[in-house]
Design a protein around this ligand. Structure first.
Ligand SMILES: *[C@@H]1O[C@H](CO)[C@@H](O)[C@H](O)[C@H]1NC(C)=O
Ligand SMILES: *[C@@H]1O[C@H](CO)[C@@H](O)[C@H](O)[C@H]1NC(C)=O
Ligand SMILES: *[C@@H]1O[C@H](CO)[C@@H](O)[C@H](O)[C@H]1NC(C)=O
Ligand SMILES: *[C@@H]1O[C@H](CO)[C@@H](O)[C@H](O)[C@H]1NC(C)=O
Ligand SMILES: *[C@@H]1O[C@H](CO)[C@@H](O)[C@H](O)[C@H]1NC(C)=O
Ligand SMILES: *[C@@H]1O[C@H](CO)[C@@H](O)[C@H](O)[C@H]1NC(C)=O
Length: 841
């Protein structure tokens, strides 16, 4: 349509006038940088040339790069501007020519720039504390207005002084903080065009590492396989790497070191002294690097490195013991010997021990060495973390030293030991001499030498006066020799003791005496006390063994209201000494009942068998007829049947008692005047044994058998005794019959000895028969009884008052008198035995 109309117009002009008409479409040229656009120049009228001219007036030639002109047909030409830039702006002219006619049109091409972010990285990183410059370079034409937003809010520069808009539109944050992190929006606006554009910038704030050492100083002990851990905790953003270094050498996991996963811990294995020093932990990230030092102190336990045994000789001027020790801190050294301690600079009172210490070395100097200095010395090295102790031995060689009692007493026939105690190092050999002749010699068969390492005994059994005198002990070792004379002295009998006082009762007396002035060189073994009724000749004698602290002697078996003479003498191994001056006294009249017996109880090994011994006390002036024994378990009220024991008895055995039970036993002595108050004693039986020992079963079995057996034997003996008595006295009985019938013997005319024997047998059996005496003890009893069963505390085991009467003058109660005679004899017998053994001492 348009073309048709234009064509009409052209025809009109061609026809009427030859004028040219030029139009450019579009008439307004506005474009943004980089855009492309074309303009059409149309000519009405016959034009031979259609040309375009640039704003600078130059004709635009074809084949140009960005600005291209194309002739479409006779009447139009196109100007195309590709990829416009600001230079291309201006007024372009289209000129049509034909012959000399010319016509033109212009178009004003305006080129403007849109908002463009030329440099606004979408991620920007800063370091905390720095002044951050958030870059956002924006161009446009006309230049834009830039607005910053943070968290959808416009950044108000007036409100926060840390923010500043730089002239280049950058946003500056002074001293940026971690909290400033986030997305910032940079927005450009052009008011005239209403144009807007923005870009989002992600801001990251890095933080320089910071380090915290868990300890700045560590202590460790060397050479004990110890591991120490050094630790540094790092903070920062991004997460820092931690590394360790010592003397600028980086440490890595190996035999010596080990690092944990995040590197925060360094483990030093098997710490040695060389590991002492400073360790650096280094934390590093993009934002920077931080270091921290940790000091390791390595201590070393004390160790004694030198200490040796030493040998000295007595009276050597001095000897020095040396002890060396290592350790860190340097150890201090102390010496000790037994309970004594010596430390640096210390001196003994006599100045004979001096200790000097230097770094790591200590010396102990002993002056004028004595044999008593020998032994074990301890060296102790000590520092703040430990100690080491070692022992050394000081050997002191010294010549023999002889000790031992110089004087030894004995008597002819009694062997005695002369002991030569020798101290020596090294050990000495000991030789005995007698009159310059070495012992034992062919002439001296009565001499024996018994040696132990420390003592040499010369056992001499003197045969004659010639064997007494001096003996020479000579000890010799490599250091020297010592000899000493020992004297073997003839012992004497003791001198006379003195009777100080006699306290008489009706049948007993307490004799206080004073020991002899001289023992004769050997111990006194016994005292012999002799007494007689004043008007009579016959002495009664009894011996009493010496006991510790003995000051009084109890004499029993005296007649009441009778005057006596008493004397005493002391006996040692050599023999009996002189008698004391005689002492006169008179016994008291009959008093009445006896005094209560003193009791002592002993559990037999069975544990439920009890033996109660008693010691007869004063009988009140008339002989004791018998003893009454009662007993019961303490917790019950019923007494067991009372036992009546003959006057000679000294004990009772109670068997078959309850286990683990306290028993009370009462013993009364009875004479014609009545019963004594009871002597009493309590004792507890053992707990019942879990396994019954054989002895018990055997014992009880025997017990029953024994009772029956004994009863039968006793009965038969009794019968025989009665029969024999009858036979002799009355000439009757079974024996008489047999004698008369078989032998035709008319029986003995003289009774004397036989009668007494018969009686003795009778009384003995009877008296030896304590009712409850059920044990095999029975057989031992006679022997024991004879010994007087002297109780340890009781110096006078007063057996029977009547006994002595036999030896002495009184003859009442003949029947009972026999047995004591036997018992009196046993005293000297036993004494003789002890005598023998003790006399050697
Ligand atoms: C390490 O030892 C020294 C000296 O003994 C002491 O003063 C310090 O306190 C110790 N340090 C530690 C951490 O134990
Ligand atoms: C941190 O350690 C890791 C792993 O050990 C390593 O890859 C990285 O390069 C280290 N970074 C720095 C800054 O040393
Ligand atoms: C030192 O003497 C003691 C005892 O005499 C001995 O046990 C120890 O082995 C000796 N030490 C040396 C190093 O000779
Ligand atoms: C003398 O001593 C020796 C050794 O100790 C000893 O065997 C001996 O019985 C003693 N002799 C006398 C009489 O004591
Ligand atoms: C023994 O003794 C006799 C005389 O007492 C003396 O002649 C003799 O030499 C002695 N024998 C020895 C071996 O000493
Ligand atoms: C003991 O006998 C030895 C050797 O005969 C003699 O050297 C020494 O002097 C005698 N010692 C005494 C104390 O008599």
């Amino acid at each position: 349509m348009l073309q048709t109309r234009d064509l009409v117009w052209a025809l009109l002009f061609v026809g009427t006038a030859a004028a040219l008409q030029v139009t450019i479409t579009p008439a307004l040229g506005e474009m943004s940088v980089g855009e492309s656009k074309f303009f059409l120049c149309e000519v009405i009228g016959d034009a031979t040339d259609i040309d375009w001219f640039s704003p600078s007036g130059e004709k635009i030639l074809p084949n140009q790069q960005d600005v291209i002109v194309t002739r479409n047909d006779e009447a139009s030409s196109t100007l195309t501007i590709y990829n416009a830039n600001v230079d291309k702006a201006g007024t372009y002219k289209c000129v049509a020519k034909t012959g000399d006619k010319e016509s033109q049109a212009t178009v004003n091409v305006k080129i403007y720039q849109k908002i463009t972010f030329t440099n606004a990285p979408s991620r920007q990183e800063f370091t905390e504390g720095d002044d951050a410059d958030i870059v956002c370079d924006v161009v446009s034409s006309p230049p834009p207005t830039v607005v910053w937003k943070y968290k959808r809010q416009r950044v108000e520069f007036a409100k926060d002084v840390r923010y500043k808009a730089l002239s280049n539109n950058h946003l500056q944050i002074r001293g940026i903080k971690k909290t400033d992190e986030g997305e910032y929006t940079c927005e450009g606006r052009i008011m005239s065009r209403g144009e807007i554009d923005f870009t989002v910038i992600k801001v990251t704030v890095n933080v320089r590492p910071s380090l915290r050492a868990r300890q700045t100083e560590l202590n460790a002990t060397a050479d004990v396989g110890q591991s120490v851990t050094l630790a540094c905790d790092a903070d920062g953003f991004p997460e820092p790497n931690v590394t360790w270094a010592r003397n600028n050498v980086v440490l890595e996991t190996d035999d010596k070191y080990s690092l944990n996963e995040d590197g925060s811990e360094l483990i030093i294995k098997d710490v040695k002294k060389v590991d002492e020093g400073d360790y650096t932990c280094i934390a590093k990230n993009k934002a920077g690097e931080t270091e921290k030092e940790i000091g390791l102190n390595v201590f070393v336990q004390p160790k004694i490195t030198f200490l040796e045994n030493l040998t000295a000789s007595e009276l050597e001027e001095q000897i020095t013991l040396t002890c060396e020790a290592t350790g860190d801190p340097t150890p201090s050294i102390v010496w000790s010997y037994g309970r004594r301690q010596f430390s640096e600079g210390e001196q003994s009172l006599d100045g004979n021990v001096v200790v000097r210490s230097d770094a790591r070395v200590s010396s102990l100097t002993l002056k004028y060495v004595q044999f008593t200095d020998a032994g074990q010395y301890l060296c102790t090295a000590r520092n703040s973390i430990g100690l080491d102790t070692q022992a050394m031995y000081l050997e002191v060689r010294y010549a023999p030293k002889i000790q031992g009692a110089v004087a030894v007493y004995t008597w002819e026939g009694n062997p005695a030991n002369i002991s030569c105690e020798v101290l020596a190092h090294p050990g000495a050999s000991v030789v005995w001499f007698r009159d310059g002749q070495q012992l034992p010699s062919a002439n001296a068969s009565n001499v024996k030498i018994l040696s132990t390492p420390a003592v040499s005994y010369l056992e001499v059994t003197p045969e004659s006066q010639a064997d007494f005198g001096s003996y020479n002990c000579t000890a010799t070792n490599m250091i020297g020799m010592e000899s000493k004379e020992f004297l073997l002295i003839q012992a004497d009998v003791p001198s006379a003791p003195a009777i100080e006082r006699v306290e008489p009762y009706s049948s007993t007396a307490v004799v206080g005496f004073e020991e002899p002035d001289a023992s004769g060189g050997v111990p006194i073994l016994k005292y012999k006390v002799q007494w007689r009724v004043s008007q009579e000749e016959q002495w009664t004698a009894r011996e009493f063994e010496v006991e510790e602290g003995m000051q009084v002697i109890f004499v029993s078996g005296l007649r009441p209201e009778t005057s006596y003479v008493m004397k005493m003498s002391a006996i040692n191994g050599k023999g009996e000494g002189d008698s004391s001056a005689p002492e006169f006294f008179k016994t008291e009249p009959i008093q009445g009942e006896p005094n209560p017996p003193k009791l002592e109880a002993k559990l037999q090994s069975n544990g439920n068998v009890l033996k109660v011994n008693w010691i007869k006390q004063d009988d009140g002036g008339s002989p004791i007829k018998h003893y009454l024994v009662r007993y019961k378990a303490k917790h019950t009220s019923d007494w067991k049947q009372e036992l009546r024991l003959p006057s000679g008895s000294e004990h009772v055995v109670l068997s078959g008692l309850d286990w683990d039970t306290e028993y009370e036993v009462l013993v009364q002595a009875e004479n014609q005047q009545g019963k004594s108050t009871p002597g009493s004693i309590s004792i507890k039986t053992s707990p019942e044994p879990t396994t019954i020992p054989d002895a018990v079963t055997n014992g009880s079995g025997l017990g029953t058998g024994a009772i029956v057996g004994i009863l039968i034997v006793v009965f038969v003996l009794l019968l025989v005794a009665v029969d024999v008595t009858c036979y002799f006295l009355n000439k009757c009985g079974l024996l008489m019959c047999i004698a008369v019938n078989l032998c035709g013997k008319s029986g003995p005319g003289a009774k004397g000895k036989d009668i007494e024997e018969g009686k003795a047998a009778f009384t003995k059996d009877e008296s030896k028969e304590p009712i409850v005496e059920v044990r095999t003890e029975e057989e031992r009893t006679p022997n024991h009884e004879g010994g007087g069963q002297t109780e340890p505390n009781e110096t006078t085991p007063l057996t029977e008052p009547e006994k002595n009467a036999v030896d002495g003058t009184s003859k009442p109660e003949e029947a009972e008198a026999k047995k004591p005679a036997a018992e009196v004899k046993t005293v000297p017998n036993e004494a003789a035995q002890t005598n023998g053994s003790e006399s050697k001492a």
